[in-house]
Design a protein around this ligand. Structure first.
Ligand code: ADP
Ligand code: MG
Length: 327
């Protein structure tokens, strides 16, 4: 049962996009303000993420990869299970168990950088000096090289690339203050500068969601009783009805939640047309103590302490914003 619990605890290494997500979240946790991502062959051949965060101290470098070796992975003979499910909270160890991983980092107080490598279950224990500015680079090669069954579940390179791109777009929408770049097979595909003013933010939204979306939106920013809802909702002049243009963030985390979707949809349909899918990039800010964002391992669902209040606030705010601009 212990092992089963550990496995049920999370989902990490499913495909290149899930690797990228974990690695980028680590970078953001480390306070990075610039994230540069490079991928080859849909991420299967190479994923490299470089950040300018606080870095990892020499003594902690091996530890960041070694946890499976010391605790969980030795209990698990079936690497496929790790590849499929991973372990929540041990992303790097999980990833390194199914790839060739190189971790290079310079701690903000260190003289220079250090690097450590792992290949499948074998970890090179010595940490060797390296050249790297303050921050961290995680390089993942040959994902699933030792788990062929898992590898078979991957789609075409382009499809896997698309999922990586989606992860990056969602993060870029949630962190306007952070710069992002994405290189695919040697070509720079995206480069988003930090966006602090509303104009810069709108430029980024246009780059990510398309200029047609941006130019048909109404800007929302409403605050009441400790709740704030801001962002952009498209008017019916934007005719694409697509599920992937429904971006909702709660305290900076992308979520997909029934209560939220319902509130937005209801406001939209009340004021505008029936049967049309709303398109939006919306940000809800609430007291962190009143929301649980870890209901589900993939962290897309939330549980609000007072769901009714939140639903009501979203509905009313959008209703007002949309009604104000109705022709
Ligand atoms: P978790 O994030 O749940 O602690 P991970 O396996 O994702 O587990 O990361 C292990 C540890 O390695 C982190 O706790 C952090 O201390 C360190 N780490 C990983 N990536 C970075 C990074 N980009 N910058 C600084 N530290 C990092
Ligand atoms: Mg992590």
């Amino acid at each position: 049962p212990r092992l089963a619990n550990q496995i049920a605890a999370g989902e990490v290494v499913e495909r290149p996009a899930s690797v990228i997500k974990e690695v980028l979240e680590n970078s953001l946790d480390a306070g990075a303000t610039q994230l540069d991502v490079e991928i080859e062959a849909g991420g299967v051949k190479l994923m490299r993420v470089r950040d300018n965060g606080l870095g990892i101290a020499q003594d902690d470098l091996a530890m960041a990869l070694a946890r499976h070796a010391t605790s969980k992975i030795q209990d698990l003979d079936d690497l496929e299970a790790v590849a499929t499910l991973g372990f929540r909270g041990e992303a790097l160890a999980s990833i390194s168990s199914v790839s060739r991983l190189e971790l290079t980092s310079r701690h903000h107080r260190a003289e220079h950088a250090w690097t450590v490598k792992a290949e499948g279950r074998d970890m090179q224990t010595q940490v060797v000096p390296a050249a790297h500015p303050v921050g961290t680079t995680v390089e993942v090669r040959d994902l699933f090289f030792n788990t062929p069954a898992r590898r078979k579940f991957l789609r075409k390179d382009n499809t896997e690339y698309g999922r990586v791109e989606d992860v990056l777009k969602r993060l870029a929408l949630s962190r306007f203050g952070v710069g992002f770049s994405l290189k695919n097979n040697g070509r720079v595909v995206h480069s988003w500068r930090p966006a602090d003013s509303q104009i810069e933010q709108e430029r980024r939204v246009a780059q990510i969601c398309g200029p047609a979306f941006m130019s048909s939106t109404v800007h929302v920013d409403i605050e009441r009783a400790g709740l704030r809802l801001w962002g952009w909702v498209a008017l019916p002049t934007f005719s694409r009805s697509q599920a992937d243009l429904q971006h909702f963030f709660v305290n900076g985390r992308a979520i997909k939640d029934k209560l939220v979707t319902h509130a937005v949809r209801q406001a939209y349909q009340d004021v505008l047309y029936h049967g049309r899918h709303p398109a939006y990039a919306l940000y809800l800010e609430v007291d962190p103590a009143t929301v649980d964002v870890n209901v589900h391992p993939t962290k897309h669902e939330v549980r609000f302490r007072d769901g009714r209040l939140v639903h009501d606030f979203i509905f009313r705010s959008l209703h007002k914003a949309l009604a104000d601009v109705r022709p």
